[in-house]
Design a protein around this ligand. Structure first.
Ligand code: ADP
Ligand code: ADP
Ligand code: MG
Length: 657
């Protein structure tokens, strides 16, 4: 049979990915959405979309009955569950089968066999696959677990049998910590999975997470599509993945892929699956678990094999044999994926929410793929996973792929919501990572260093100063001819004016800058920086010291991402408290220069006309009137006659009438 109408029981980037897959195959893509996702990107991109309930996942994306009813109403002949949500839910797969709708994944019995880690371990061990030594018994009494722990030794890992997404996991370094860890893991597991069963595993020190993509069909075929390295993790969850893994030698690679196929065959595996191994420093590897679904990081496998895994999934679900035999599946080159998540790495990876004002990334090409689930203006709420996009760099070898990743991540920006982008850039730029990859504990060990931004490059500072000076000049021109700045390059005889600037990077620095022609002189701290800056607001050429370089600016209001080699984030700020920012000119009439208020002509509550003189400032032995840029009402007066004020200091607040 062929599939013609596919319901996608998911949201976000994976729903969008599957919709693209449908389009390529001429299959009608049917989206479902919760109330929170009414305007979501996957709804906009699908051929049709059906509501399935409130924002809460339990009452929408996890509601088996609701989704099946919708599938029937929409006359779907198959359901793709994506990842997360119902993707590894055996009851859902069984319900689909009972309703005569194809489930794009393995049969319920296979999901059930692999769904609980301890049962899966016993199963694959019997098939001759090494598993992490530990306790996976049915007896869950505290005494049995304690006895097993003593026998196993420390450190050990407590895991939720039904676990996923790194939840329900605790490292125990000494016997005294065991009871608390068991209680915490059990609570978390019951909460997240409705199943408090636990297993114990020897904690492998500084391991790699290496997994193998497998595929089975309904005709007894079972192949692997090579491995992926997923050791860059936070909180036991992947954030950067690559294929192939830089770690194993070819003998180990062969053994890993063979073990994975053995594990898959042991359960009669069908469709896409991933066999996850933990690999010790000496190359010994152990089965951890099997994920019976499409994986978040499947694009790196697609990049090195040139295959479309979603197309394979749909073919297999339709009953076709695997499109290729093992020896026809080849890998070439290297690919790396980075997950852009709405979270704040500086605050314990707390989820962040908000409206995505702008998502900027270099356009996709043969070496750069963007799998996004959001567009500009979309809201990231608190209800679902914070993964909003994946970017995938590829190339003929690892060094080239990493160079592309670094280069393009520097030019990627998300405005409006806090993301882990700066952390991803910092990891991708680390020499250890470039050398041969890192172990699973690297990110957490190095987090303070990874979160501390290096001081911006001189070229970046010069460009930020140029942008700030141009802003000030533009503001002055808008404010009218009464402003001394309106006269062009500076109004002091013989020299451009020195401007005070505020730069946050992210600590606040007050800098002084002046420009004459292309030359920018900047003083920041005690440090002078000088160079020639030519450019148009986005692309600059900076000649400073002995060389010249191209510098790019990605701008969102006062926030600048200045890309020389890496991305330096510099936010323009008022140099002084109460000073106006670029767009504040109308609301905050300000002193044009450092000086003294010689007269204040208005009081709070007064109505003023555009052009009316509000105050007079004396500086440089000249009196300068400050006029209202628009008609309005004075809502606050911030200075008094006789006060000394700095350049750009706010004098009062003006509300429009
Ligand atoms: P992968 O193994 O594909 O890298 P992750 O472990 O990062 O996947 O999880 C994939 C997605 O599925 C994430 O969005 C995660 O939050 C979600 N997820 C994983 N396991 C579960 C689960 N048991 N229940 C609900 N969501 C889950
Ligand atoms: P989940 O279902 O949450 O994905 P896994 O069993 O796949 O759980 O483990 C997630 C991560 O936890 C692994 O990628 C690895 O970093 C770490 N981990 C799991 N088991 C071990 C172990 N025995 N020793 C050391 N680290 C482990
Ligand atoms: Mg896992």
């Amino acid at each position: 049979m062929t599939l013609s109408r596919l319901l996608i029981a998911n949201r976000g980037e994976i729903a969008c990915r599957i919709i693209r897959g449908c389009r390529a195959l001429g299959i009608r893509a049917i989206a479902v959405y919760s109330e929170a996702d009414r305007d979501a990107r996957h709804v906009r991109e699908a051929d049709e979309a059906w509501p399935i309930g409130p924002a809460s996942a339990r009452e929408s994306y996890l509601d088996i009955q609701r989704i099946l009813d919708t599938a029937r109403a929409a006359r779907a002949d198959a359901i793709h569950p994506g990842y997360g949500f119902l993707s590894e839910n055996a009851d859902f797969a069984a319900a689909c089968a009972a309703a005569g709708i194809r489930f794009v994944g393995p049969p319920a019995s296979v999901i059930r066999a692999m769904g609980l880690k301890h049962e899966a371990k016993a199963l694959v061990e019997a098939a001759g696959v090494p598993v992490v030594p530990g306790y996976a018994g049915a007896d869950q009494s505290p005494e049995s677990l304690r006895t097993a722990a003593e026998r196993l030794g420390f450190p050990l890992l407590v895991k939720a049998a039904a676990g996923g997404g790194g939840r329900g996991m605790r490292v125990v370094r000494a016997a005294g910590e065991l009871n608390d860890a068991l209680a915490a893991a059990r609570g978390e597991a019951e909460n997240a999975f409705g199943d408090g069963r636990l297993l114990l595993e020897r904690f492998i020190e500084r391991p790699r997470h290496i997994e193998v993509q497998v595929f089975g069909d309904t005709h007894g075929g079972c192949v692997h599509l090579f491995e992926r390295e997923c050791s860059v993790q936070r909180r036991y969850q992947k954030i950067i993945e690559e294929a192939p893994s830089p770690f194993p030698d070819s003998a180990t690679r062969t053994a890993l892929t063979a073990a994975a196929v053995r594990a898959a065959r042991a359960v009669g595996y069908v469709n896409a699956g991933t066999v996850e191994f933990i690999v010790a420093g000496d190359g010994s590897f152990y089965f951890m678990e099997m994920n019976t679904r499409l994986q978040v990081e499947h694009p790196v496998t697609e990049a090195i094999t040139g295959l479309d895994l979603v197309a394979w999934q749909l073919a297999v679900a339709a009953g076709a044999p695997l499109p290729l035999a093992q020896e026809q599946i080849r890998a070439a080159g290297h690919a790396v994926e980075a997950r852009i998540c709405c979270e704040d790495p500086a605050r314990g990876f707390l989820p962040s929410t908000g409206r995505i004002r702008r998502f900027i990334a270099p356009p996709a090409d043969d070496h750069w793929r963007i799998d996004a689930g959001v567009s500009d203006g979309d809201v990231v709420g608190p209800w679902y996973d914070g993964l909003i996009a994946k970017v995938i760099a590829s190339g003929p070898d690892r060094a080239t792929a990493l160079a592309t990743l670094n280069h393009r991540l520097a030019r990627t920006a998300v405005h409006g919501v806090t993301t882990n982008l700066a952390l991803l850039r910092a990891i991708a730029a680390r020499p250890e990572f470039a050398a041969s990859g890192v172990d699973t504990g690297f990110v957490e060990r190095e987090l303070p260093a990874l979160l501390a931004p290096p001081a911006p490059a001189d070229a970046a500072l010069l460009v930020a100063a140029r942008v700030a000076l141009d802003d000030i000049a533009a503001t002055a021109r808008r404010a009218g001819s009464h402003s001394p700045w309106a006269q062009g390059d500076g109004w002091r005889a013989g020299a451009a004016a020195r401007q005070a600037l505020g730069l946050r990077m992210p600590d606040f620095h007050r800098a002084y800058a002046r420009s004459q022609g292309d030359v920018v002189d900047l003083e920041i701290g005690e440090r002078p920086v000088r160079g020639r800056v030519r450019g148009d607001g986005q692309q600059f050429t900076v000649a400073a010291g002995d060389g010249s370089r191209e510098v790019e600016v990605i701008r969102d209001g006062p926030a600048l991402q200045v890309v020389a080699d890496r991305a330096d984030e510099i936010t323009l700020a008022p140099a002084w408290p109460f000073e106006r920012s670029v767009d504040d000119a109308e609301a905050h009439p300000a002193s044009p220069l450092p000086g003294r208020i010689v007269s204040l002509r208005v009081a709070a509550g007064d109505r003023v006309e555009a052009g009316q003189v509000l105050a007079v400032v004396e500086g440089m032995k000249v009196q300068h009137p400050v006029r209202a840029a628009r008609a309005g009402r004075v809502t606050a007066v911030l200075v008094a006659a006789g006060d000394l004020v700095d350049a750009e200091a706010f004098l009062l607040e003006l509300a429009p009438t």
